[in-house]
Design a protein around this ligand. Structure first.
Ligand code: HPA
Length: 263
């Protein structure tokens, strides 16, 4: 992997990285040119083919703390292997990142979690059929994959800011097709609150490298069968854009540089 880019990010001195999901790119403004690192400049990082995913790291701040934003990710459904979709996480870990915030767009399967709101991920179901640890003796413990300490902190920040923040289980699917109503019913029975096509492999990779992980799902739609309207990718992107501001407020409050750094 590209040592020059690793050094650039390392020198920036951020501990936190934030991966932006579909439609959530507007969470970060365009920073100065020298704070942009296109994935194409980093050997070993695959590029996304999906609309709404740009593909670059941005060095910026949130709540007074330096953050590396990953704007755009690649997905298994594009034909990439689990080890490829997690190359960015390995890059960030080598560049000194110790805390990772993953965001995604997801369909809601919980009747109490309406589209337009955010869900903090408490746990996941990896239903992709693969893992970035394939071929390794990666017998890692995933009991607290999504940091309980962070969850407490984000829940408190949400209460303080009067922001609605659900908490629930994210089911990670292979995609790219959305689910059938029958599959959605099954996923609800399995305990899922939200369904998406990313995040689980990144969490597994990050935990294997010892990173602390938090995850947030932007609930962009009711999952199939819970609403008479058909699903569309355009709907997912525009709902993501509309919800970015709420997440920004939450993150600013939780990552506030005036209080202790995230622990
Ligand atoms: N299902 C799977 N992935 C998704 C959905 C969904 O309903 N919405 C956004 N990403």
């Amino acid at each position: 992997m590209d040592n020059f880019a690793i050094e650039r990010v390392r020198e920036y001195g951020a501990q936190i990285a934030l991966v932006l999901g579909s439609g959530l790119s507007s969470l970060v403004q365009d920073p100065a040119r020298d704070h942009v690192i296109p994935y194409s400049e980093i050997g070993g990082l695959p590029r996304s083919t999906v609309k709404g995913h740009i593909g670059r790291f941005l060095l910026d701040e949130i709540g007074g703390q330096r953050v590396v934003f990953a704007q755009g990710r690649v997905h298994l459904y594009e034909g990439h292997r689990a080890s490829d979709v997690t190359a960015g996480i390995r890059f960030l870990a080598r560049a000194g990142i110790t805390k990772l915030i993953l965001t995604n767009a997801a369909g809601s399967v919980n009747p109490d979690f309406a589209p337009g709101s955010w869900m903090m991920i408490t746990d996941h179901l990896n239903l992709t059929g693969t893992t970035p640890l394939l071929g390794k003796a990666g017998f890692i413990d995933l009991t607290d994959a999504y940091s309980p300490a962070w969850r407490t902190r984000f829940a408190a920040a949400a209460r303080a800011k009067n922001l609605r923040l659900h908490e629930g289980i994210y089911a990670g699917m292979l995609g790219p097709q959305y689910e059938t109503p029958g599959e959605v019913k099954m996923l609800r029975h399995l305990g899922a609150d939200a369904i998406g096509m990313s995040t689980v492999c990144e969490t597994i990779q990050a935990r294997a490298l010892g990173l602390e992980v938090a995850g947030f799902s932007c609930l962009t739609n009711w999952a199939a069968g819970l609403n008479p309207q058909p699903l569309s990718h355009a709907e997912v992107l525009s709902a993501g854009k509309a919800s970015s501001e709420a997440l920004r407020l939450l993150l600013e409050s939780a990552i506030d540089g005036t209080c202790s750094p995230l622990v």
